[in-house]
Design a protein around this ligand. Structure first.
Ligand SMILES: Cc1ncc(COP(=O)(O)O)c(C=O)c1O
Length: 391
């Protein structure tokens, strides 16, 4: 079904889904599609997960919303759980990833104000994605996202991702207050940095009294085979943002702080009507419970590596495959030519995949994807790539 009344902000595929179960989506006539997109890294526990559906039913019968004028027990409990899992100290809940990043950027601004810095700067990465609000689109390292929305918020210094020397070069700049970086660039083409990249970012932040702010909106909540992608190294950020998989489809985001970023925002500085409501927080608590009960962190780490290895093996002789990269269940297969058409070709084979940056197939399977579905995914994606590249 299409409508002339939907604002034309998305080039949508000509399909809609009526129901879902696990890693499968169904159209109204019952046709099944294997979903390797998971609502762009949102539905990690798949569609219509029984525990999540039960939580939504139960909580909706008890209480949906009171506002942040009062304590919200589910919010308190969720903050405790997230801090225990991450080592962070404080949480502000939002409704989306962009809002979580806005909170992070406001913390950086307030710290700059407290330091008496007039023209403060946050170091951000080329190729990054942080959201579509004015501050977050300005922080984003993609000119297509900036286009038509100048003047941008002028708070950013841009450097190349995974280039520590480029960051170090700004160490003498007294206006810098923070680094904002994704542990793995998702929208930017699934770029995994060098092993010690975040540790080195941490070191530079410590040496210069900057905040290390990690955007884990796409990588957080188990996607990379750790609860949070920074846990592949041995460090703690000052700020971390989450959203996407935290609610498995229930809109919720979070901005977490530690150390010198704690207690920066005080009453009157920031707020939200819906953020952290009982329903969203109850669902997020349920998400964490299922991930723990099913040992998904270990499974995603192991199976993600096994899936990538199979792609490596099966595509080893295809000279048009530039690179196969990823961690856990975020995977990118870069080709040497544009391949956005593979999305439609996948759809014609009842497979949902995504292409970023024009030439990189991005796969974000649900943690619940069954072994035979994984085999189908690999076989179909390899077939699509070989056909596309004439192999
Ligand atoms: C790393 C990252 N940050 C922020 C966002 C924005 O999140 P939202 O669309 O929930 O505002 C996204 C969305 O793709 C993202 O991948």
């Amino acid at each position: 079904m299409t409508s002339n009344h939907i604002m034309n902000t998305y080039a949508r595929l000509p399909i809609s889904f009526k129901t879902g179960k696990g890693a499968t989506l169904f159209t109204e006539d019952g046709t099944a599609y294997l979903d390797a997109v998971s609502g762009i890294a949102v539905c990690s526990l798949g569609h219509a997960h029984p525990a999540i559906s039960d939580t939504i039913c139960q909580q909706s019968k008890q209480l949906l919303h009171t506002s942040n004028l009062y304590n919200i027990d589910q919010q308190t409990q969720l903050a405790d759980e997230l801090c225990e899992l991450s080592g962070m100290d404080e949480v502000f809940f939002t409704n989306s990833g962009a809002e979580a990043n806005e909170a992070a950027l406001k913390i950086a601004r307030k710290v700059a104000n407290q330091k008496g810095i007039q023209n403060h700067k946050v170091i951000v990465m080329n190729g990054s994605f942080h959201g579509r609000t004015l501050a977050t689109l300005s922080a984003t390292g993609n000119e297509k996202v900036h286009q038509d929305f100048t003047p941008l918020v002028d708070d950013y210094i841009r450097v190349n991702f995974d280039d520590i020397e480029a960051i170090q070069a700004h160490a003498s700049n007294p206006n810098v207050v923070a680094i904002l970086v994704e542990p793995i660039q998702g929208e930017g083409g699934v770029h995994v940095p060098s092993d010690n990249y975040l540790t080195e970012c941490r070191r530079i932040c410590d040496e210069n009294d900057w905040l290390l702010m990690l955007d884990e909106v796409q990588t957080g909540i188990g996607r990379t085979g750790q609860w949070f992608a920074f846990q592949h190294e041995n460090l703690l950020p000052d700020v971390m943002t989450l959203a996407k998989a935290l609610g498995n489809g229930m809109p919720i985001g979070a901005c977490l702080t530690a150390g010198k970023a704690n207690a920066v925002l005080v009453p009157g500085n920031h707020g939200t009507t819906f953020g952290g409501n009982p329903l969203a927080c109850a669902v997020a608590l349920s998400v964490l419970k299922v991930i723990k009960a099913e040992n998904y962190i270990e499974k995603v780490a192991q199976q993600g590596q096994a899936i990538r290895q199979q792609f490596q093996d099966k595509l080893a002789n295809n000279p048009h495959v530039v690179n196969i990269r990823g961690k856990g269940y975020i995977m990118g297969i870069q080709l040497d030519s544009p391949c956005a058409n593979l999305v439609a070709e996948g759809l014609a084979q009842n497979l949902l995949i995504n292409v970023t940056r024009g030439d990189t197939i991005r796969l974000l399977p649900a943690f619940v994807m069954q072994a035979e579905q994984q085999a189908e995914l690999i076989q179909k994606v390899v077939g699509l790539i070989n056909k596309h590249t004439g192999q």
